[in-house]
Ligand binder design. Sequence first.
Ligand code: GLA
Length: 334
Amino acid sequence: MKKITQTLAAAALTGATLLSASANAFWGSDDDTLKLGYLVKQPEEPWFQTEWNFAEKAGKDYGFEVIKMAVPDGEKTLNAIDTLAASGAKGFVICTPDPKLGPAIMAKANSYDMKVITVDDQFLNAKGQPMTNVPLVMMAASEIGYRQGSELYQEMTKRGWDAKTTGVMAITADELDTARRRVDGAVKALTESGFPAAQIYRVPTKSNDIPGALDAANSLLVQYPDVKHWLVVGMNDNTVLGGIRATEGQGFAASEVIGIGINGVDAVNELAKSQATGFYGSLLPSPDVHGYKSIESLYKWVKEDVQPQKFVEVTDVVLITRDNYKAELQKKGL
Ligand code: GLA
């Protein structure tokens, strides 16, 4: 009898310990749980929300806690690093709001002995050159842009438009390397396909969101009143959506405009509309891979001292349209 009581007491104790350990992991209050940050410039974009979700999936798989933070500007970024340090985080993944913050971010991270992996947008040093020594996970910008241009040309041909009366509206954000490479890729594909270079019109956006792109597109449209059909190029879905909204505002029917975005996950609401718009489709890369891989390699770096790859370029991309977007997103578990 005594033996049984002892065994029961031991079991109860073990149970209690286990319970409190898992409660701590759940509430994130266990000081032994490794904490890693995931900082993004534009948390309102489903792109970054998807990265966050998959970073958390990695956290569950490996048993670390992900501290998600929005860093829309430089001040918030530097403050976020202080907050992370105070909470005991050992490193962070970041998509910076401004590549030129690279040196300041690294100086602060180094002062706390935190490891850093960049995602999507590469840091620039004081001379404006890419900081290639900081690990980076990003999409194959030129190639995906090239695909955008090819798909636009193909769809234009399918609709039987005359190139003479068609214009390309290329909304640019050249200060962001990935944006410049995507748009240049698209323009290259269009000209290589035979689209007249003189009818490719570039206009810079002041901000990387729909209102910024809408303003830029409006100012461009009024300059070319003779153009009958528009192809819309931009570095991501919101940029292209701004262009599309401008064509609608200036009286173009959906059938007279073809826009193809990049990101895919940011285009879902548009593709789900009951009536087709000028937004024909979007190239869906792999935000799931960006989110998971970046923090997985940070974890292995912190925990096992495995040096991360300096550059991981994610090339997978699929064109989603109103016809296939549900199935394609589902295939990727998005
Ligand atoms: C940049 C863009 C985002 C997204 C990522 C993907 O950061 O601003 O919208 O396209 O690149 O790498």
